[in-house]
Design a protein around this ligand. Structure first.
Ligand code: PMV
Length: 360
């Protein structure tokens, strides 16, 4: 599908006042999306595990305005309290989605949102938050186009989520989502995320993700600044080529269940993401001393056992520990014995792969 396919032709339904609610999960990339063209057109393809426990719930109460004005009219509450500092991001989102949802300036929106993870955990709420809001918009559009096809509903929800935050387009479904065109995935697109529909080896079913919270403050360099610094980066083209190759390799691994090979691809992707940041101009560093201590401990643990525990990183200092369900007990024991000391206030979040957004 191309961009103009998401512009609605005609609204046949009626809507004066209504409430829509969606719960949408966070996701963690195995092959990283880093570098983009406007607006969130990825420089390389990525694939992620959809998470389960880390999610955002968003309710949107809409009421028709007496007059259609050019301005958008909305209020936003996080955990019941007004959040005026979220307004600029939401305003930008409204602007970007308007060509595809021409009704957005004809209504007032009361947006209430809550995250299952602590707000200051360093876990990005943009993927779960933007996708939850996009899904509420789609439920609204579905009321105006009652015979909308379900597949189109989710595709457009992912397309709109992408306009909010690139990685958000991978939060709609699960357990794995692909964003960005790749030669081995025929349905893949730079405009929206698609569900990985290939065979998934039993080793990956119920895969665990325990997020160790290392640094819970605001990031020093935002993802959007980081993406921009990839433009003109001296290693950019080699990196994009590598992402394509790593994704091809990972597709084979997902089928054959080779956990050793999985560890190699996933950890390399995490380190390359940060290597690109460290070699950007201006250069910067989001890893913290405790991030590195945890990584060393994981390598030591693997060297002394037959474990397939591995790590991945987001654009921050927190460490995601990925491991098969069969290792749950032993890894949790290892975390308690050896890793919690490196976590801020000994905090960590246990999650696992999930199956996407749910209507509330
Ligand atoms: O969605 P954004 O613009 O926050 O970019 C996310 C980029 C990474 O989280 C670092 C990698 C990814 O693919 O999710």
């Amino acid at each position: 599908m191309i961009q103009k396919d998401f512009i609605p032709k005609e609204y046949t339904g009626q809507l004066e006042e209504a409430d829509f609610g969606w719960q949408s999960p966070s996701n963690i990339a195995l092959i990283k999306y880093w570098g983009k063209k406007e607006i969130q057109i990825p420089a390389n393809p990525s694939i992620s595990f959809t998470l389960d426990n880390c999610h955002t719930k968003t309710w949107v109460q809409v009421s028709a305005k007496s007059q259609t004005e050019n301005e958008f009219s909305f209020e936003i509450l996080l955990d019941g309290a007004a959040k005026p500092d979220f307004a600029p991001k939401i305003e930008t989102f409204f602007k970007r989605v308007q060509p595809y949802l021409p009704f957005v300036n004809a209504y007032h929106f009361k947006i209430r949102t809550t995250n299952s993870f602590p707000h200051s955990s360093g876990i990005a709420s943009s993927a779960s938050g933007m996708s939850a809001l996009a899904l509420c918009f789609m439920s609204m559009e579905n009321t105006l186009i009652p015979d909308m096809d379900q597949e189109f509903f989710f595709k457009k929800a992912s397309f709109l989520s992408r306009l909010g935050s690139g990685s958000a387009c991978r939060s709609i479904e699960g357990p794995l989502m692909v964003f960005g065109q790749h030669q081995d995935i025929s349905q893949s697109s730079n405009l929206y995320g698609v569900k990985y529909t290939g065979e998934l080896h039993d080793n990956f079913k119920k895969y665990q993700d325990t997020v160790l919270l290392v640094d819970v403050g605001e990031k020093k360099v935002s993802s959007s600044v980081g993406h921009d610094l990839v433009n003109g980066h001296p290693f950019a083209s080699a990196r994009f080529e590598q992402a394509h190759k790593n994704l091809s390799e990972l597709l084979v691994i997902l089928k054959n269940g080779d956990l050793e090979a999985f560890v190699k691809v996933v950890e390399s992707e995490a380190l390359v993401l940060h290597a690109i940041m460290m070699s950007s101009q201006p250069y910067y560093l989001l890893l913290r001393p405790n991030t590195l201590r945890i990584i060393e401990k994981i390598w030591e643990y693997r060297a002394n056992s037959s474990s397939n525990l591995c790590f991945t990183l987001d654009a921050g200092a927190n460490v995601h520990l990925l491991y098969p369900e069969a290792e749950k007990e032993s890894v949790l024991q290892f975390i308690k014995n050896e890793l919690v000391v490196y976590c801020k206030n000994e905090q960590y979040i246990c999650d696992q792969i999930g199956f996407g957004a749910k209507k509330l």
